[in-house]
Design a protein around this ligand. Structure first.
Ligand code: DP6
Length: 347
């Protein structure tokens, strides 16, 4: 320790779920109703970057997100910080007492639109958990710490194909993420992200899922069928069975948006453009006589398409033909390989 200031910078990737997390059984500990599965993206184009400085002379804890100062009293940040500090004390005894008593300044930025349904909170909170863990010399799995910031963040701690087990324990100790397989297992799997809108979503995920759990009858059915779907998609990933992987991915996305519509009052995240993209994907797959592309939508109108590398140029040209950018729906398309680097510390 330098004696006056300590700082560390880390980056974290975005992940896109193929079996969606939607609904908590414990709001405070962020314990999900069902397990979920995701693919972690490359950090080359989409990532969160966080620098944390701890200094003897700082008088207050502060946080800036994308250049704007935000409240440090945010319960998710407090929850996460509390957990990292507890773990640091257990692992390091009194060695870190001085560092742990100093105030911190956190500066975090995403290189993509925040709150547009592009899993920005996943990368952001994974990065925050990991950077704090680095600062306070906490070792071991940090996915359950990231989970306390935002559920989906626990999956961004690992690269490749990731499962977040819902866990059974009431204290959440077994509600953690783990890698199913590294990205090298299926390295020609690519993702295209079609930004239909970069506006902030009208109903945030946390609020939306809470209302779904409280009011949707259909949701009870979803919770029953997700475990089998989870096992099936893990098998499809292990066997690199794109046809099956695509079918399950699309069905799960459709079911998520069906339970949103069944929520009262209903929540609708998809727009006409989103639905047109879905139709185009199904027509393309029918024309090819097998699933070549899969769509999935989070809590927003933007589409994530999974496809094999060989299909990227053809699909991009079709998308560009049918969805030329307009002033209303300015979109970008990017051919992203899945994760090549996991969460990491910058030196
Ligand atoms: C639709 O992780 O943002 O993207 O835990 O309340 O912060 P909180 O929710 P969040 O929800 C993500 C929901 C989703 C599906 C998914 O990523 O699995």
């Amino acid at each position: 320790m330098s004696g006056k200031m300590e700082y560390v910078t880390c980056t974290a990737p975005v992940n896109i779920a193929v079996i969606k997390y939607w609904g908590k059984r414990d709001e405070k500990l962020v314990l999900p109703m069902n397990s979920s599965v995701s693919v972690t993206l490359s950090q080359d184009q989409l990532r969160a970057k966080t620098t944390i400085a701890a200094c003897k002379t700082f008088s207050n804890d502060k946080i800036w997100l994308n250049g704007r100062e935000e409240s440090f009293d945010n319960p998710r940040i407090q929850n996460l910080l509390h957990e990292v500090k507890c773990r640091a004390r257990i692992q390091n005894g009194s060695d870190l007492d001085q560092l742990l008593s100093w105030k911190i300044h956190i500066c975090s930025e995403n290189n993509f639109p925040t709150a547009a349904g592009l899993a920005s909170s996943a990368a952001g909170y994974a990065c925050l958990a990991f950077t704090l863990a680095q600062l306070y010399k906490v070792t071991g799995d940090v996915s359950d710490i990231a989970r306390r910031g935002s559920g989906s963040a626990c999956r961004s701690v690992y690269g490749g194909f990731v499962v977040w087990n819902k866990g059974e324990n009431i204290d959440g100790t077994d509600s953690i993420a783990r890698q199913i397989l590294p990205h090298t297992h299926w390295s020609d799997l690519h993702i295209l992200i079609l930004v239909v809108s970069d506006q902030k979503k009208h109903t945030g995920s946390s609020e939306g899922m809470q209302k779904t759990v409280q009011t949707s009858e259909l949701y009870k059915q979803r919770v029953k069928c997700v475990p089998e779907r989870t096992d099936d998609i893990i098998d499809a990933i292990k066997n690199k069975d794109f046809d099956k992987f695509a079918e399950i991915t699309m069905k799960d996305s459709n079911q998520l948006h069906a339970v949103c519509l069944d929520t009262y009052p209903p929540i609708s995240y998809l727009t006409d453009t989103s639905r047109d993209i879905m139709t185009l994907v199904h027509r393309y797959n029918t024309f090819k006589a097998q699933n070549k592309v899969a769509y999935t939508f989070d809590a927003g109108p933007n589409a994530c398409l999974y496809l094999n590398e060989a299909d990227v140029p053809g699909v991009i040209s079709i998308i560009e033909y049918f969805f030329p950018p307009t002033s209303q729906s300015q979109h970008f398309i990017t051919g992203l390989p899945i994760n090549t680097r996991a969460i990491e510390k910058e030196f």
